[in-house]
Design a protein around this ligand. Structure first.
Ligand code: FE2
Length: 429
């Protein structure tokens, strides 16, 4: 064996297992494994999970916060116009350097697969050139999937169609869209139709920014489900954001959800960003703008939480921490039962891995030896603590590690050290 993690807990509830890695794959998972290896890590009974997966990000914009100015209103639309001020003055090298810096941060946080939308409404395709290079350069340690994203509208931006096709020719592998940003509802639905046809013709997946709006009549997800089914794209299409569903009439949603399920379209809400962007036209009560996560999931629809933005024109904060993203989803979606909280961990690991079509993913014999050791005992504790990623393992090698968070105490008649993951009640189920 090349590496063994001993005495680990798994999300399934199994405890005290040893995980052996050989030639980049998981070779065995069993208690008290009789095997030798040059590297042995003691999990001390804590949780091993597969790496985090971010199914929705904008890597061409990340870390550009403040260039050329800050977003004064905090709205989605000012973010888009600010991004349009930055696009002509940034270089391929700028985008490349920021993206590589972000990937370093992602690896430290155990985030080893990212689907990023890349804006193709720039005739030079600077974002495409930068991120296709980043994809090659990070491939040994991070899986990057690129979506051709017509930020200014597939029809509204005169060169978007030609640019999108050029981007696909350059190796961008997913077709994006933004139907709610087209000039009319009709054009929005038409863009969904044409973009799905392009994907079907080329055998590609689809991931559209869909109905990122508070307008309850923004119903392009309906067209996305229809064309997915019509073109035989089931299981290969995702609707991102879907925030208008928050404001829709319940009767209409009762018809819509089965259509999405039937077409096997998955859903990617982005709770960290949309809780700040939505509801800006309300006074009080103020809508939350998160799509109907529980109801989508309970229809059997695959749901993953995406992070969307980190330090860019739309969001000033963020740190590539998918547990922070999932925690916001948990709170805003009121997913507070123990099983719901554990599901939130799946929404940033196994669910997005399925949506991206990642192969060999998960803690099972024969899969890639990609895993994280967390300073937490179980999935609910991972959600509560957003703990240190003690070891980040890719293909059986440690590629990042972080010291255990232990505080030294200097108090009369108390212990001298406090491990944050050990301060908790004993639960009796
Ligand atoms: Fe987005």
């Amino acid at each position: 064996m090349d590496l063994i993690v001993r005495n680990a807990a798994l999300s399934t509830g199994e405890q005290g297992v040893d995980i052996a890695c050989k030639d980049g794959k998981i070779a065995a998972i069993e208690p008290n494994l009789k095997a030798e290896s040059p590297v042995s890590l003691d999990a001390e009974g804590q949780l091993v999970v597969p790496p985090f997966v971010d199914s929705h990000f904008h890597m061409d914009a990340t870390l550009s916060l403040g260039r050329p100015r800050l977003n004064g209103s905090g709205t989605l639309l000012e973010g888009i116009s600010l991004w349009n001020e930055l696009k002509p003055i940034q270089s391929v090298e700028d985008i490349y350097q920021r993206a590589m810096q972000y990937c370093d941060l992602a690896v430290a946080q155990g985030l080893l697969a990212v689907r990023t939308h890349v804006d193709i409404c720039d005739d030079e395709l600077k974002g495409v050139d930068a991120l296709t290079q980043v994809k090659k350069d990070v491939a040994p340690y991070l899986d990057l999937q690129l979506v051709a994203f017509p930020q200014d509208g597939f029809y509204r931006s005169p060169s978007a169609r030609a640019n999108l096709l050029r981007a696909l020719d350059k190796g961008v592998e997913v077709v994006g869209g933004i139907p709610h940003f087209e000039r009319t509802m009709g054009q929005g639905d038409e863009s969904v139709k044409e973009l799905c046809e392009i994907a079907a013709e080329r055998g590609l997946r689809v991931d559209m920014h869909c109905d990122e709006s508070d307008d309850p009549h923004s119903r392009h997800i309906e067209a996305l489900a229809l064309h997915t089914q019509r073109l035989g794209l089931q299981g290969r299409v995702a609707g991102s954001h879907l925030t208008s569903m928050h404001s829709m009439d319940n009767y209409y949603v009762s018809k819509l959800l089965p259509l999405i399920a039937e077409a096997q379209v998955s859903a990617i809400p982005n709770p960290l960003i949309n809780i700040t962007l939505q509801g800006r036209h309300n006074t009080y009560p103020k809508i939350r703008g998160l799509t109907r996560v529980r109801e989508l999931r309970d229809q059997g629809i695959d749901v993953a939480f995406g992070s969307d933005c980190v330090m860019d024109p739309w969001y000033s904060l963020g740190r590539a921490d998918m547990l922070e993203v999932a925690s916001m989803g948990l709170h805003v979606g009121q997913l507070t039962s123990r099983s719901d909280m554990a599901w939130c961990l799946e929404a940033v690991t196994t669910n997005p891995a399925k949506i991206l079509g990642l192969e060999g993913y998960g803690i099972a014999v024969g899969n890639y030896a990609d895993m994280l050791l967390l300073q937490a005992d179980d999935p609910v504790e991972a959600m509560r603590l957003k703990p240190a990623r003690l070891q980040v393992i890719r293909r059986g090698e440690v590629i990042a590690s972080t010291p255990r968070q232990v505080s030294a105490l200097n108090l009369p008649n108390r212990g001298s050290a406090l491990d944050i993951s050990k301060t908790k009640p004993v639960l009796r189920h």
